[in-house]
Ligand binder design. Structure first.
Ligand SMILES: [Zn+2]
Length: 201
């Protein structure tokens, strides 16, 4: 039986490792790339290289950024004393899209989910505590998703903060969001309500 050349096979193998891409799709994409002009096909390779070489996590908030600190942390017009804690960069983007939040963020890069082997030390909680030790933060908004794990993560961090920094006010963003939903997919109006209606925990 005839088979693909090694380089086509390699491309198909790599493509099939991407989420949602099966062998059939990998084959279709590989042949699409083969048909493209070298310049067009290389755009994809360059885009992948760029994101892996230029993008890093902000050393303050762990958002994805090309400059460190990120544009939000280094923006003097934003309220650096108000920190919204979110699970992932995409949650930050959803909140930013409302245009209503003028504080800064802290991205956990996950949530506490014991069943998925995701524990507090896997997140950026230590960095958050160090950040709070600097004394410049007066309020923390828990912006984790309104899911069992998201709520558990918020509670864990809330207790940690309340114990060590009794003067920092803690509020919960997701009270206005439907239980089990995700910030990433919430529409702008709901998020706007959640931001303006965040409640003391
Ligand atoms: Zn930042």
């Amino acid at each position: 039986m005839a088979s693909y050349t090694q380089s086509i096979q390699n491309l198909m193998n790599e493509l099939s490792l991407l989420p949602g891409i099966g062998l059939r799709s990998a084959e279709r994409i590989a042949f699409h790339l083969l048909k493209q002009s070298p310049a067009d096909a290389m755009k994809l390779a360059e885009a992948i290289r760029d994101v892996k070489t230029r993008i890093r996590h902000c050393s303050i908030c762990f958002n994805l950024t090309e400059q460190d600190p990120c544009a939000i942390c280094s923006n003097g017009a934003r309220d650096q004393g108000l920190v919204c804690v979110v699970e992932q960069p995409k949650d930050l983007l959803a909140l930013e899209a409302t245009g209503l939040y003028n504080g800064v963020y802290h991205v956990l890069l996950g949530r506490i989910a014991p069943l998925e082997e995701s524990h507090p030390h896997d997140l950026t909680i230590d960095a958050l505590i160090k950040r709070l030790e600097s004394g410049s933060v007066r309020e923390v908004i828990m912006g984790t998703n309104p899911t069992v794990d998201g709520d558990g993560t918020a509670l864990y961090i809330q207790n940690l903060i309340a114990e060590r920094f009794p003067t920092i006010q803690i509020t919960r963003l997701a009270r206005g969001l439907p239980a089990g939903s995700s910030i990433e997919y919430a529409n702008k109006n709901i998020l706007a309500d959640a931001i303006s209606g965040s409640q003391k925990m």
